[in-house]
Design a protein around this ligand. Structure first.
Ligand SMILES: *Cc1c(COP(=O)(O)O)cnc(C)c1O
Length: 343
């Protein structure tokens, strides 16, 4: 089976499993797990920040950031199709008691003008803007890379209004691999950054919340405990994260070239609408016009031929390349798409 549903489907390699088995561990709630501590130091250094906190999921990392930066009754600016809006079960409202202010971006990218218009006035009638969240790369936008110039403009606005910024960097390393910019060139503009080890980096579990602000990290550590995310001998998992950062970052560009190849193959199919120039990293979003079949039927027909993808609403579908998909499998998947989607 060629599984293109998500880069979360990756399984640990033999090398990663060996590193996990060998990991030195301790009780991380006491701060005594040397492998967790090492991962946290590595991740902080990677982004040129001071601290990092290992957490079970990217959702938790984002939610700890939102909770730690805000008070109930405040507002957080987010892009309408962001992970925080769509895929976190309303946690910002349910757990942090904040209201999300949706801004519709272009393939997930909000302009500085849009963000400026969304910042609330400070008069006593108005709800107050407590945080601005960006997502890089943008998942539902199609793996879009946030242009650094746009981030810089938004940062300048945020600084003028004294509003902190959080980056949902679940796939930040994909942006780094694609642009070859140093990770810190993005991270420097944010008080907090979340980073997923369990996407294209190929670890089975784990994310990090990274910041130079000790108070924010201390608050996040308490909320991590409240949210049930404080783990004990988590070094077994952190070892996978260390292995991922050491071995699986540079190879992300393979996933990107596979995605571009897949986009070119899809473009040759008459029933497919796709803009290959919009495939910037490892996510391929495309439309299929088919009068005879529903999206569920199309996905089932592809599955029968050995290719898994996700329908994402309307006529749209998402295919994601990753560690466990080879160049040869991309060609095979292209042939299956051609067979199944040709009317
Ligand atoms: C996957 C993802 C997350 C976190 O997902 P978890 O499944 O909770 O680890 C956060 N943001 C984005 C953009 C993602 O794609």
């Amino acid at each position: 089976m060629i599984d293109l549903r998500s880069d979360t489907v990756t399984v640990p390699t033999d090398g990663m499993r060996k590193a996990m088995a060998r990991a030195e561990v301790g009780d991380d709630v006491y701060g005594e797990d040397p492998t967790v501590n090492r991962l946290q130091e590595m991740a902080a250094a990677l982004l040129s920040k001071r601290f990092a906190l290992f957490v079970p999921s990217g959702t938790m990392a984002n939610q700890l950031a939102i909770r730690s930066h805000t008070q109930p009754g405040q507002e957080v600016i987010v892009e309408s199709k962001s992970h925080i809006v769509r895929y976190e079960q309303g946690a910002a409202g349910a757990l942090a008691g904040v209201q999300l202010h949706w801004v519709p971006g272009e393939r997930g990218i909000m302009s500085a003008e849009q963000v400026e218009a969304a910042i609330r006035p400070t008069d006593p009638h108005s709800i107050s803007t407590a945080l601005i969240c960006l997502e890089n790369t943008h998942n539902a936008g199609g793996g879009t890379i946030y242009p650094l110039a746009t981030i810089e403009k938004i940062r300048a606005l945020a600084a003028k209004h004294n509003i902190p910024m959080h980056l949902d960097g679940a796939r930040l390393m994909n942006a780094v691999a694609a642009t070859t910019l140093p990770p810190a060139s993005y991270a420097q503009h944010f008080e907090t950054v979340s980073l997923c080890l369990s996407k294209g980096l190929g670890a089975p579990v784990g994310s990090l919340l990274i910041s130079s602000d000790r108070q924010i990290i201390d608050r996040a550590r308490r909320f991590r405990r409240m949210y049930g995310g404080a783990m004990r001998q988590a070094g077994i998992l952190a070892a996978a994260g260390i292995y991922a950062l050491e071995h699986h970052v540079a190879r992300l560009t393979d996933d990107h070239s596979h995605a571009k190849k897949l986009a070119r193959l899809l473009q040759q199919i008459p029933s497919v609408q796709i803009a290959p120039q919009h495939v910037e990293t490892n996510i391929v979003i495309f439309d299929v016009t088919d009068q005879r079949r529903t999206p569920a039927e199309i996905v089932a027909a592809l599955k029968e031929q050995g290719v898994l993808i996700n329908p994402i609403g309307g006529l749209s579908y998402r295919a994601v390349t990753h560690l466990n998909v080879s160049a040869k499998q991309i060609d095979e998947a292209g042939a299956v798409f051609m067979r199944v989607l040709t009317p």
